[in-house]
Ligand binder design. Structure first.
Ligand code: UDX
Length: 431
């Protein structure tokens, strides 16, 4: 695609957001250099290897090699750049705030960008970050460089399509020229550009995530009530979600959320408010419900088994959701740690999960085939909603287990079918 309005863009950070942003901007016809500080990552990307699973991303990278480069060198990335995208991570500090040191380090590098017109922040940052970056730019003699907050709403597993066909493109900028420039970069994107001030854009991102988390925790709390009253959460939320004022999405009960965004952003928003003396009671409860969710599930399974000591328990799924290899903040880590602490032998299966932490996974055994993991086991837990689990011959599996007990933590399987296959079947909110 040859775009007459194409720009030269430096993207800082080759994580999920940075790579998707860089590859999609190149696909839109812009000339993009992605800069990261990890040599092995830059080398692999330069060979066309994507370090994680994201459908469509490697095709975009390989299909745009003329317009997309990777480098370790900030100066090289900035040499011709008219726009700099900041996509570095903002992990929590020991105080629970978002650590902005990587964002500020990028801003400090911008002095070596002779053609720069705007810096665009996609990293999820606290409200007021834009003000601090503006001051930093001004102090560095970069008052002519505009600032825009352009928060990212893409979900893993469909990030490329979310970027190219978004519900909305939020452009938070305090001057029209910068807003025009950022809007123009997206001129071939199929989605509405919504302009606002920087503070509102920063808060919109955190609020969207917090509201999605609220829906999940609400569904999980109602699921607990279903278990007590004999109602079925799937039927309840099916009916509730048909109301167009509510909608069906993010009402799925289960083991709760994980991932790179919700856990971090929920705490960051709570923390941000508390730094200003505000206590976000609802959000606090939403996070607490989520923290308890895997523990509640384990308690129910433990009651069923009469304790985990010496039992072989299989975890079906480790990734924080299906369709990704990402295990960041996945409920699976809580499940595995608790099972091990209670004396279980833990076996796991996941078709994609990329284990990066030795704990607790070093003390578990991973299998390539779920049937092998399940043979001889005393119980299994569906931790991730991998659709291939629906295809297993569960009657065969029940015969192969030492005791056919299954806790379906994602309400993936059909209760009547599982019971007919011989299972003692437990799930979330379906008593
Ligand atoms: C999320 C947001 O959707 C996205 O807009 C933002 O930019 C980043 O955070 P992501 O982390 O990729 O995206 O995952 P998402 O698909 O939103 O799921 C988040 C978690 O919630 C998963 O652990 C999922 O299993 C859980 N979930 C989701 C539920 O438990 N119930 C639901 O109904 C929906």
């Amino acid at each position: 695609m040859d775009n007459p309005a194409s720009r030269t863009i430096a993207v800082f950070g080759a994580g999920y957001i940075g790579l998707v942003t860089g590859a999609c901007l190149a696909e839109l016809g812009h000339r993009v250099v992605v800069r990261d500080i990890v040599p092995a990552k830059v080398e692999a990307l330069s060979r066309g290897e994507v370090p994680f699973h994201e459908p469509g991303l490697s095709e975009l990278i390989l299909g745009n090699t003329e317009r997309l480069r990777f480098t370790l060198d900030a100066r090289e990335a900035l040499a011709g750049a008219e726009v700099a995208y900041v996509c570095v991570d903002t992990p929590p500090t020991p105080a629970g705030d978002a650590d902005l040191s990587r964002v500020h380090a990028v801003v400090d590098d911008l002095v070596s960008a002779p053609h720069l017109a705007a810096v665009v922040v996609k990293s999820t940052v606290p409200i007021g970050t834009g003000d601090r970056i503006r001051e930093r730019l001004d102090r560095a003699g970069l008052s002519h460089v505009g600032y825009a907050a352009n928060p990212e709403f893409t979900a893993e597993g469909k990030a490329v399509s979310d970027f190219l066909h978004p519900d909305r493109i939020i452009v938070g900028a305090d001057d029209d020229a910068t807003a025009d420039l950022v809007a123009d970069l997206h001129r071939d994107v199929d989605g509405p550009v919504v302009r606002m001030d920087v503070h509102s854009a920063e808060l919109a991102k955190l609020t969207a995530n917090a509201l999605l988390m609220t829906r999940i925790s609400f569904a999980n709390e109602i699921a607990t009530l279903c278990e007590v009253t004999g109602a079925d959460i799937e039927k309840v939320m099916g009916a509730v979600g048909m109301d167009p004022r509510i909608g069906p999405q993010f009402l799925r009960a289960g083991l709760g959320w994980g991932g790179s965004c919700f856990p971090k952003d929920g705490v960051a928003l709570k923390q941000l408010a508390s730094n200003d003396g505000l206590y976000l009671q609802l959000l606090t409860a939403v996070i607490e419900v989520n923290n308890l969710q895997p523990r509640r599930a384990l308690q129910r399974l433990k009651d069923e088994l009469g304790g985990f000591g010496g039992k072989r328990v299989v975890m079906l799924g480790m990734a924080f959701k299906a369709g990704t290899d990402d295990m960041r903040q996945a409920p699976s880590a809580v499940v595995a740690s608790r099972l091990l602490a209670e004396g279980a032998e833990v076996r796991c299966w996941d078709p994609l999960a990329r284990v990066t932490e030795p704990e607790p996974w070093g003390r578990t055994t991973r299998y390539d085939d779920p049937r092998e993991a399940l043979a001889g086991a005393h119980a299994a837990i569906v931790v991730t909603e991998w659709p291939q689990l629906r295809e297993l011959d569960w009657a065969d599996v029940a015969d192969s287990m030492a005791a056919p007990v299954l806790f379906d933590g994602r309400n993936l399987l059909d209760p009547a079918e599982m019971r007919a296959a011989g299972f003692t079947y437990l799930s979330v909110g379906r008593s």
